[in-house]
Design a protein around this ligand. Structure first.
Ligand code: AMP
Length: 416
């Protein structure tokens, strides 16, 4: 009987999943999918195989049995796995959890104490953490007795020095947990490990990673460890995103509160859902649509996005005392040659010389031979990272993955 591991990423209105065959102790992608529209009038199930070919899709409405809870969604996923891969045993479930606070500096096997601790962190991530916990509870009910592991978006950044961990507000807030946690850590860890395989010398140096997707942030990595991130206390800080504002003068919040009389929930809605590329363009949160548009507002939204990324290349390089390599990942970072070209244009002063032709074809190395700083594109794979951590925590990983997780230097891993 083959062995299967499931990775779950539970959000407010969707659950994403990846199914891995782990019979040999190395995760091999069998399927990726999601249930979207939880609680909406129509929910949608979709799944693709490891090559991106559709394995099925189905809409659910009141007539066909609405999907309104995480429990129903996880049950649906479980049934689909049973039907699609008969004769397989689910041996573990790995969960992406947005916030590990100061306690969870690495992945952890889930038990009642861990779930209680994750719930206590809800005030630090009220929009995400409750859904992550709901996903964990739903999976515990659907897979009784199957070990589950939580992998955190904050863990990779927990080694930040104090100056990159704090805000300059009264210290009591720092002590109660108001810190610069940083997010997208699962992606940064994966990319850092992948860079060790692609370019081991660069991976040992000073690296700026730009995770540019619908959510976007950048991270400064020295000797394989995060020392600074553009994201802070929440996933709002730093770069502008699809609908999130990015860096914002706190005085703007006071203005919205005091002068405009907006409530905290109205402000939350603006900052999380109506800002960023969407807010600036008034057209779309989607970079592809903005690149295709000839409207001035679309161009200005991209201009702002590019400007902020360029600023952070400088800022994070200063935090690193220099720059040896840069990596782009995420939907925009991996696919938009235009954004990368504009970010890197005229960066010879910092040692970056772009190979335009390589950049056009989304090559792995996009800096020219003259460039002192190497620039790479790495396809991030958060699901695989979570699967490997889950196997390692449970002692089920093949020796090379165990070794990689232990010291981050093992050579061969399954390809992305
Ligand atoms: P992610 O959240 O990582 O899936 O990234 C989503 C973002 O990547 C959206 O803004 C997409 O428009 C953008 N994206 C994906 N493919 C491309 C492409 N070929 N060119 C420009 N942007 C892209």
């Amino acid at each position: 009987m083959s062995k299967t591991l499931i990775v779950l990423n539970a959000g407010s209105s969707s659950i994403k999943f990846v199914v891995f065959d782990v019979t040999e102790g190395k995760p091999v992608n069998m399927a990726t999918g999601q249930v979207e529209g939880l609680g909406a009038s129509v929910s949608r199930f979709t799944a693709k195989d490891g090559e991106g070919q559709s394995l099925g899709e189905k809409d659910f409405d009141k007539a066909s049995g609405a999907i309104s809870t995480h429990t129903q969604a996880v049950d649906l996923i479980l049934k689909w796995i049973d039907d699609t891969f008969p004769g397989t045993e689910v041996v573990a479930v790995g969960h992406r959890v947005v916030h590990g606070g100061v306690r969870f500096t690495k992945p952890v096997q889930i038990n009642d104490d861990v779930v209680a601790a994750l719930e206590e962190l809800t005030p630090l991530a009220p929009l995400h953490q409750p859904h992550n916990v709901a996903g964990i509870r739903a999976a515990q009910a659907a897979f009784p007795g199957v070990p589950q592991v939580a992998v955190f978006d904050t863990s990779f950044h927990r080694g930040h020095p104090f100056v990159n961990d704090t805000f300059a507000i009264p210290r009591e807030y720092y002590n109660e947990g108001v810190r610069r946690y940083g997010f997208h850590g699962v992606s940064y860890e994966y990319v850092t490990r992948r860079l060790k395989q692609i370019a081991p010398l660069d991976a040992e140096g000073r690296v700026v990673i730009a995770h540019l997707g619908n959510g976007a942030s950048m991270c400064a990595v020295r000797y394989g460890h995060s020392i600074a991130s553009t994201m802070g206390f929440s996933a709002l800080d730093g770069l502008p995103m699809g609908t999130r504002c990015g860096n914002l003068d706190a005085g703007v919040l006071l203005y919205l509160l005091d002068q405009k009389g907006l409530s905290s929930s109205e402000i939350r809605e603006i900052l999380y859902s109506k800002s960023g590329l969407l807010g600036l363009s008034g057209i779309s949160q989607d970079m592809r649509e903005l690149e295709a548009s000839d409207k001035r507002e679309a161009r200005e939204a991209i201009d702002y996005f590019v400007f902020r990324v360029r600023r952070e290349v400088g800022a994070l390089s200063a935090a690193l005392d220099g720059l040896d390599a840069m990596v782009f990942c995420g939907g925009i970072g991996e696919n938009s040659w235009r954004v990368r070209e504009r970010v890197l244009q005229g960066m010879q002063w910092i040692g970056i010389d772009l190979d335009e032709e390589a950049n056009h074809r989304n090559a792995r190395l996009i800096s020219s031979p003259l460039s002192r700083v190497r620039v790479y594109i790495v396809r991030t794979n958060e699901g695989l990272m979570i699967a490997e951590h889950t196997l390692t925590v449970l002692g089920l990983a093949a020796p090379e993955i165990q070794a990689f997780s232990a010291d981050g230097t093992a050579a061969q891993r399954p390809s992305a």
